[in-house]
Design a protein around this ligand. Structure first.
Ligand SMILES: Nc1ncnc2c1ncn2[C@@H]1O[C@H](COP(=O)(O)OP(=O)(O)OP(=O)(O)O)[C@@H](O)[C@H]1O
Ligand SMILES: N[C@@H](CCO)C(=O)O
Length: 291
């Protein structure tokens, strides 16, 4: 049996829609795989009741198919589904790393990214790899249709998760089909600023590059209290705030000394909007690890 811990992730980071991703030090899924004649899946943990155990419908089933690696798979969920924290990707990433090891398939971490992304197609209709990439490789990642590049970085973040669900499939329906040239220029500038910030482990630069005027405003409308939470996080010292993945989680970057205040401010602001939430005080961390 092989057991793998794969982290929650935050995709987009504002200016990097379907491209940027970051691994969060916590929460995480823990997935155990053992060889079997036919594949079976058992799910326990946070939100397990909402996750199908049918291999055709669970993200890990697509990974089993892609690796031709039938197994009994136990998924212990630490990342709540429909969170914007890469819940479906965490399981797929852990399964890809575990089954690659179990069956000695010999793929590199980068080669496992498109394999794990097949699982995302099962739940959202698109094999977007911006969550599975950091969940497998760790740190900050840039994923294009042909490659994944990652860097280690040290950025404190708060991921505040309201007690409501937003499915990625639904949140992709509000993504605009076009952007103006002004928006393209602005986005390139912000994405480049964020990337330099990640390379320098500089929360100010990362935060200022987290802005996006194309996708984020549309997604923000799906999250009750978004503007209040954003303002409260900035007032408490956040350097940047945006929708995490497809939402409803909201991600804030900050200096380590401000992390606690930012977390409290975000939870209080959600409460003011009538929404319960929990804040993960975390940081950008490593990818999947065999435990
Ligand atoms: N192993 C799995 N873990 C979590 N969700 C799964 C899994 N397999 C299938 N699902 C389904 O995927 C959906 C959740 O995925 P979705 O992409 O909407 O959320 P997320 O992964 O938390 O968000 P995001 O991709 O925005 O970070 C739920 O409908 C859930 O039942
Ligand atoms: N890039 C994807 C990530 C989902 O977590 C989206 O925003 O739809």
């Amino acid at each position: 049996m092989i057991t793998v811990r794969a982290p929650a992730t935050s995709a987009n980071l504002g200016s990097g829609f379907d491209t940027f991703g970051a691994a969060l030090a916590r929460p995480a899924d823990v997935v155990a795989v053992s060889k079997a004649e036919t594949t079976s899946i058992e799910v326990t943990g946070v939100g397990a009741q909402y996750i199908p155990e049918d291999p055709e419908k669970n993200t890990v089933g697509a990974v089993v198919e892609a690796l031709d690696a039938p197994a009994h798979i136990h998924i212990d969920k630490g990342v709540r589904p429909a969170s914007g924290l890469g819940s479906s990707a965490a399981s797929a990433a852990a399964a890809a790393v575990g089954l690659n090891e179990l069956y000695d398939r010999g793929y590199t971490r980068e080669e496992l990214v498109p394999i794990a992304a097949e699982g995302e197609a099962v739940v959202s209709g698109v094999a977007h790899a911006d969550n599975v990439a950091p969940a497998i490789v760790g740190g900050f990642t840039v994923t294009t249709p042909t490659a994944t590049h990652g860097v280690e970085t040290d950025i404190p973040v708060v991921a505040c998760l309201p007690d409501v669900a937003v499915s990625t499939r639904d949140a992709r329906r509000v993504v605009p089909e076009t952007a103006s040239m002004d928006q393209v220029v602005e986005t390139v500038g912000n994405a480049a600023t964020l990337t330099i910030g990640m390379c320098r482990s500089d929360p100010d630069l990362v935060g200022s590059g987290m802005c996006d005027s194309v996708v984020t405003p549309e997604r923000a409308r799906l999250i009750t209290g978004y503007e209040d939470v954003r303002e409260a996080a900035f007032a408490a010292g956040a350097t940047g705030v945006t929708v995490s993945g497809a939402g409803p989680a909201i991600l804030a970057a900050c200096e380590m000394d401000d992390r606690r205040h930012v977390a409290a401010a975000m939870v209080d602001a959600f409460a003011g909007a009538g929404v319960e939430s929990r804040a993960y005080q975390t940081r950008i961390g490593p990818g999947a690890t065999i435990v």
